[in-house]
Design a binder for this molecule. Sequence first.
Ligand code: PRP
Length: 214
Amino acid sequence: MSTVTIALSKGRIFDETLPLLRAAGIEPADDPEKSRKLILDTSKPEVKLIIVRASDVPTYVQYGAADLGVAGKDVLMEHSGTGLYQPLDLGIGRCRMMVAVREGFDYAAAIQRGARLNVATKYTHTASEHFAKKGMHVNLIKLYGSMELAPLTGLADAIVDLVSTGNTLKANRLIAVEEVVPISSRLIVNRAALKLKREALQPLIDAIETASKD
Ligand code: PRP
């Protein structure tokens, strides 16, 4: 029996993937929030989970260090690698990528007068495509987190960030003005592994697919 390695990130993706893995008979031996281990055994001896940064999941799967992975569409849109097969929208980790500005900033008026906005974001590739499609010229400023601070400190006029409950925007007196793209998490598969280990991978993918539709 070939071994199967699944790359996951801690937090929401891990928590929401657990029930799907359980449906496939896979139960992790450790809780990544409590253990410092990065490779977790599971109830199936041939299946291991690796815990990586969300933005590193596609890289592990692309190079075949993991056979499967769960990654948000936000991360996948920023990842430029090849060799990934995205068979399933798992319908978990749902949120929206949005443009947001400070309360009182007239985004529509700024666009209308053709202002060149400074936009801070972790998602420079996706944001660049979004504004290009709208015919807007923007200066993109790359940040790695806490994007909400950028309009409050004068670093940027707007941000492109994920919005789930909207609580973070509200707490920082920002408002969402435009949707960039709806986001959910996808199961990604290494293309070569799918060919070479189909016998081990296909039943797993099928079980995860069935569970994700329940
Ligand atoms: C995300 C996002 C927002 C927040 C939105 O950050 O960047 O800051 O969640 O959620 P809300 O609408 O429910 O308030 P996350 O907590 O994932 O951390 P990150 O900044 O490391 O991406």
